[in-house]
Design a protein around this ligand. Structure first.
Ligand code: FAD
Length: 381
């Protein structure tokens, strides 16, 4: 595949870049690192106003397929707080793929205008990789569903307007078959949110569902079809909406600190810088392929797993190298005098452990590649 950008793509990229430059100020980046909320409503709205979010929703066919990659690559390179936006666009893509016409009309414009964000409630305290075993129940009561249970790691729930929620609707069916996905307003009575602050700065949440009542209009993708909806959501989550060139801003910050301090003069440092650039280039090509497939109406289930495993493990390697090269200066945090890479070396070292966990661990993605691509026997039931 040739991913060279056309003149139209370059004009789109420059326009996105200008919006990022105008909205991602040092104050916005500081706010992201002090609150742990990786989202900027102002940036989302500015992109939404220009129609750039609608063009990025997977499968909607509004923009050139490569624009999905351009948008998130620019956000990632700039170190912008874009996780909330990525989740929202991803779920807009899921609603587009499996939602009813009424849901598409009600939910997608609220996301593509940049107004609404979404929290994803799949994982529970005891079920992350084995998400098909979740216990949160949705029980039919007349015309309504009554939902009870608890979710863990519901990132963005504290800022979200919508919650997408995986529930068990038929406990008598095999575990993958008795699941139903719902999408509901985040302020539906009975939903509560507790903050969970992580070592890597990011804030996520524990969420609770206590006799939450919703109608059939909240069922996303059909009753007992939750696994199919989940498959679409995971295909868009891995290696498509950013997260796969996360070392690029680190590379820039590290270089700008290491070059004048002489750290880059040694052969080991030069070799590692070169390796980092090569790894990030490979990660970029893999991401372009996954994003292009998603934006063209496909499901990059396998390609996304390949991208996520390579890109997140490369980011971990690169962060480790830069920490070693920086020495004690790599332990200093933002705003501390002498901090390597303005504090990003320290921040990234704390952040990298999580990237091979969320969105499906490296082991789970390797299983996916082994089973679907290499046709090896299943490692689990
Ligand atoms: C910061 C953060 C944000 C998150 N955001 C969200 C969110 O917004 N929404 C959401 O629903 N979830 C979210 N998650 C949850 C995330 O998806 C899970 O943490 C992840 O899927 C792993 O599940 P687990 O934590 O239960 O670990 P476990 O599944 O218990 O895994 C523990 C270890 O066992 C390994 N393992 C498990 N099963 C297998 C297997 N079959 N084969 C080989 N190895 C295996 C895993 O790879 C891992 O190393 C988030 C997590 C974090 C840390």
């Amino acid at each position: 595949m040739d991913f060279s950008l056309s003149p139209e793509n370059i004009a789109y990229r420059d326009a996105v870049r200008a919006i990022i430059e105008a909205n991602v100020t040092p104050e916005v980046i500081d706010r992201m690192h002090t609150t742990g909320t990786f989202a900027s409503p102002e940036l989302n709205r500015a992109l939404g106003r220009e129609g750039y979010l609608e063009r990025a929703v997977p499968g909607m066919g509004k923009g050139d397929p490569i624009e999905l990659w351009i948008l998130f690559h620019e956000l990632e390179k700039a170190g912008a707080p874009y996780d909330g936006l990525a989740v929202a666009i991803m779920i807009a893509g899921v609603v587009h793929a499996v939602g009813t016409d009424e849901q598409k009309a009600r939910i997608i414009p609220s996301i593509t205008s940049g107004e609404s964000m979404v929290g994803m409630g799949y994982s529970e305290a005891d079920f992350g990789s084995d998400v098909a075993s979740i216990k949160t129940r949705a029980v039919r009561d007349g015309d309504e569903w009554v939902i009870n249970g608890a979710k863990m790691w519901t990132t963005m729930a504290h800022e979200a307007d919508w919650i997408i929620l995986l529930t068990r609707t038929d406990p008598d069916l095999p575990k993958h078959k008795g699941l139903t996905m719902f999408i509901m307003a985040a302020d539906t009575p009975g939903i509560s949110v507790d903050a969970v602050h992580t070592m890597g700065t990011e804030r996520t949440n524990a969420t609770y569902y206590d006799d939450v009542r919703v109608g059939d209009d909240a069922v996303l993708g059909g009753v007992n079809e939750g696994w199919r909806t989940m498959t679409v959501a995971l295909a868009f989550e891995r290696g498509v909406m950013g997260g796969s060139n996360a070392a690029v801003p680190l590379l820039r910050h590290f270089h700008d600190w290491a070059a004048p301090t002489g750290v880059l003069d040694g052969p080991v440092a030069r070799e590692r810088m070169a390796r980092a650039v090569i790894d990030e280039t490979v990660a970029q090509l893999l991401t372009q392929r996954s994003a292009w497939i998603a934006a063209s109406g496909g499901l990059p289930g396998l390609e996304g797993s390949m991208t996520k495993v390579f890109a997140t493990e490369a980011y971990q390697r690169i962060s480790g190298w830069f920490s070693q090269l920086a020495g004690p200066a790599g332990l200093l945090q933002f705003h501390e005098p002498g901090a390597a890479g303005e504090g990003f070396v320290e921040y990234d070292a704390r952040h990298v452990p999580v990237v091979t966990i969320y969105g499906g661990t490296s082991e789970i993605n390797r299983n996916n590649i082994a089973e679907r691509h290499l046709r090896l026997p299943k490692a689990r039931r």
